[in-house]
Write a protein that binds this ligand. Structure first.
Ligand SMILES: Nc1ncnc2c1ncn2[C@@H]1O[C@H](COP(=O)(O)OP(=O)(O)OP(=O)(O)O)[C@@H](O)[C@H]1O
Length: 252
């Protein structure tokens, strides 16, 4: 199934004047353009504000005064976002098909059952439509979560450590699947995994400093998805790891 978007999704423009929780600064002031149809990976030390930024973009946290989060096509951001988290957030009492169609049901719309079935097939879960989440492995549940994210067919996709809870080979397969199915969307991917960032992202940012601001790091010349064993990917992964170590030392 071709889930890519053509033409690609619009870009997202973020201008954050800084952000604090109860007076404790978390994010510094910065402006960031997420290019349309591209995946931007965001890394940084634990507590540097990655999820905070993601939640702000998603509208789950009130943006501070003076912040601007805008779509490059002038359209709204709210209502055009899909979210995929580390926890699959599947409802245990619904089967796989019910979970994939949940968004439409919650909005009181008639779900597109044929599309849901095609997406379930695309993530390799055909034949498991009637299975409850408890009957699926962790990797299968994340694939189900990916199908549910794609079911929303939103131009903007926010992913918060989407594959961190699964084993390395499963993560590797899920990354390939996500790259194929999310092609053309504007994706902001929070991850702790430098290899994941270098495989999937057009641009890689590290939150550095205190309060933290995103700093761009070099990526291999080839367009993503990139092979994990590619020398350029491994070299970039090493450099990213060093940048993360420096960021962690700065934050300590
Ligand atoms: N609701 C909240 N109220 C107060 N402080 C918060 C709240 N949410 C997060 N924080 C604080 O804001 C800072 C940034 O948290 P955030 O979850 O964005 O970090 P992160 O980079 O995503 O971390 P991790 O990699 O561990 O998930 C942390 O110091 C955290 O304790």
């Amino acid at each position: 199934m071709d889930c890519g978007r053509s033409p690609p999704s619009p870009g997202l423009s973020l201008r954050i004047p800084g952000f604090a929780f109860a007076g404790v600064p978390v994010l510094g002031a910065f402006a960031l353009e997420l290019r349309g149809g591209e995946t931007t990976a965001l890394l940084g030390p634990s507590g540097s504000g990655k999820s905070t930024l993601l939640r702000m973009v998603a509208g789950l946290l009130p943006a501070p005064a003076g912040a601007r989060i805008a779509a490059a096509d002038g359209g709204p951001v709210a209502g055009r976002l899909a979210w995929m988290a580390q926890q699959d957030l599947l409802l245990p009492w619904l089967d796989l098909l019910g979970n994939v169609m949940l968004g439409a049901r919650l909005r009181g719309e008639a779900p597109d059952r044929a599309r849901a079935l095609r997406l379930i097939e695309a993530v390799g879960l055909a034949g498991r439509e009637r299975a409850r989440p408890a009957e699926l492995s962790g990797g299968m549940r994340q694939r189900a979560a990916l199908a549910r994210t794609l079911m929303e067919d939103r131009p903007f996709v926010l992913m918060d450590e989407p594959f961190s809870a699964v084993d390395a080979p499963t993560r590797h397969r899920l990354q390939g699947l996500a790259a194929r199915l999310l092609a053309g969307r504007t994706v902001l991917l929070v991850t702790h995994d430098p290899l994941e960032a270098m495989r999937l992202a057009h641009r890689v940012l590290v939150l550095r400093g205190s309060p933290a601001v995103p700093v761009e790091v070099p990526v291999p010349a080839a367009a993503p998805p990139r092979e994990a064993h590619d020398v350029a990917v491994l070299t970039a992964q090493g450099a990213l790891l060093e940048s993360l170590a420096e960021a962690t030392a700065e934050a300590a």
